[in-house]
Design a protein around this ligand. Structure first.
Ligand code: AMP
Length: 355
C-alpha cells in the first residue's frame, strides 16, 4: 500500500504516536508527549492495570486479548481515527507475526520491508556482509566447522534454547532434542555462528532521512541469565554441576565506549544505512541497533542487528552521553522518533519517514 494512501484522511497537525504496550513503549509515549503528540497504546487486557499507572502519558488505551488483534478492523479503525503513526519496537514482529507486521494498514515509522529479512537469520547475516560489516562465520546443522559455535533458534526468543557446542556431532544431538521438545520444527531453522570471544556491545543508532544523517544514540550491554551469572560460581563447581550457559535477557546495563572506537562504530552504522538504501529502498528510517563483540585487539564483529528500537535504549530515557552531544537536551530514542516526526510534519516531508 502506498504511503500517501495510508495517510489519507489524516489530520497532520493532530497526529498520534501509537505502539504496543511492551518492550520500550513507555519510553516511546514519554518521548511522544515531550514533542507534543497524542499517544495511544494497544494493551493486553491483563496488563492494562500496569500501563494505566502511566495514564498521564497515554491519551488512549486500545485493549486487546491477543497481540494479533492489532491487525483487526476494530483496532486499525480506532487507531486510524486518531491519525496514528505506528512505532514498531523490538518485540513487534514476534508479537503480531510477520504477515500482520508487514501488512498493517497504518503508516509505520520505519522500514517495513526489512521485517522479512529480519525473520530469516541467513538473510540477516547476508545483508550485514553485503554492507561490508565484519560478521562471524556461519554454518548450517550438519556442516563441519572448527572451534566453538553458538547455535541460534529463529525469532526473538530472547536467547531461549541457544547453546554453545564444540563439534558438529554435539550440535546434531542437541538439535534433535530441540526438535523433540517442540522448540523448533526442523534442524534447518538453526543458525550456527562462530562463537566470538570478547565483550558484547550493542550500539544504538538513529537514521534521520530529514536531517540526512546517522546518529549514535547510545550503547548497552545485555544482562543475560545464566551467562552473566556463571562467573559468580567457581569454575570447578560449575563444571561439576554441568551448568549450561543460557542467554535469556533479564535487563540492560549502560555502556560508554572508548572515544577512539566511536569513528568505527559510526562507520558501521552508516554502512548499514547504505546497504538498506541500496537493497531495500528507501532504506532504514529511525532507530536500529548493531549487536557486536569487541575483541582484545578492539576488532568489532557484528553478530546480529535490529531494524527497530531496542530495549537497551530504555536506559537513556533522559538522554545518553551521545544524544546529549547532538541535541543538548534530554533526548531518548523514543523522543528522537517523535522529533523526527515533528520535523517531517513541519517541513511537509512526512512521506519520507513512514512506510
Ligand atoms: P542474539 O539472539 O543473536 O541477540 O544472541 C543472544 C546472545 O548470545 C547475545 O546477547 C550474546 O551474549 C550471545 N551471542 C550471540 N551471538 C554470539 C556470537 N557469535 N559469539 C558470542 N556470543 C554470541
Amino acid at each position: 500500500m502506498y504511503v500517501e494512501e495510508l495517510l489519507r484522511d489524516y489530520e497532520l497537525d493532530r497526529l498520534t504516536i501509537a505502539t504496543l504496550a511492551s518492550h520500550s513503549s513507555l519510553q516511546i509515549v514519554h518521548g511522544a508527549k515531550a514533542e507534543g503528540f497524542r499517544t495511544a497504546l494497544v494493551v493486553l487486557r491483563g496488563r492494562y492495570w500496569f500501563y494505566s499507572q502511566f495514564s498521564h502519558l497515554v491519551d488512549r488505551f486500545v485493549v486487546v486479548d491477543s497481540w494479533r488483534e492489532l491487525c483487526s478492523e476494530r483496532v486499525v479503525e480506532e487507531l486510524r481515527k486518531m491519525s496514528s503513526i505506528f512505532v514498531p519496537h523490538g518485540s513487534y514482529v514476534e508479537y503480531v507475526g510477520l504477515d500482520c507486521a508487514t501488512s498493517l494498514p497504518l503508516p509505520i515509522l520505519g522500514l517495513r520491508s526489512l521485517y522479512r529479512v529480519e525473520a530469516d537469520q541467513w538473510a540477516k547475516v547476508a545483508l550485514l556482509r553485503e554492507a561490508g560489516i565484519p560478521v562471524p562465520k556461519v554454518y548450517r546443522v550438519g556442516e563441519s566447522f572448527e572451534g566453538v559455535v553458538i547455535a541460534k533458534l529463529p525469532g526473538a526468543k530472547g536467547g531461549r534454547g541457544y547453546f554453545i557446542a564444540k563439534s558438529p556431532q554435539e550440535v546434531e544431538r542437541r538439535v534433535e532434542n530441540l526438535v523433540r521438545s517442540g522448540l523448533i520444527k526442523d534442524p534447518s531453522e538453526v543458525l550456527l555462528q562462530e562463537y566470538l570471544v570478547g565483550v558484547t556491545a550493542y550500539f544504538h543508532y538513529f537514521h534521520s532521512p530529514i536531517l540526512g544523517r546517522t546518529e549514535i544514540l547510545g550503547a548497552d550491554i545485555r544482562y543475560e541469565s545464566d551467562v552473566d551469572g556463571l562467573r559468580r560460581i567457581p569454575v570447578p563447581i560449575s563444571l561439576e554441576l554441568g551448568l549450561e550457559p543460557t542467554f535469556t535477557v533479564v535487563g540492560n546495563v549502560p555502556l560508554v565506549l572508548r572515544e577512539s572506537l566511536l569513528p568505527e562504530v559510526l562507520e558501521l552504522g552508516m554502512r548499514f544505512v547504505r546497504v538498506t538504501q541500496e537493497k531495500l529502498p528507501p532504506g532504514i528510517i529511525g532507530p536500529f541497533c548493531l549487536e557486536s563483540v569487541v575483541d582484545r585487539d578492539l576488532g568489532i564483529k557484528v553478530f546480529e542487528f535490529s531494524g527497530r528500537i531496542v530495549a537497551g535504549t530504555n536506559l537513556y530515557i533522559d538522554g545518553s552521553p551521545y544524544s546529549y552531544l547532538y541535541w543538548g537536551e534530554p533526548m531518548s530514542t523514543g523522543r528522537r522518533i517523535a522529533r523526527e516526526l515533528r520535523l517531517a510534519v513541519e517541513r511537509g516531508q512526512l512521506t519520507r519517514v513512514v512506510t
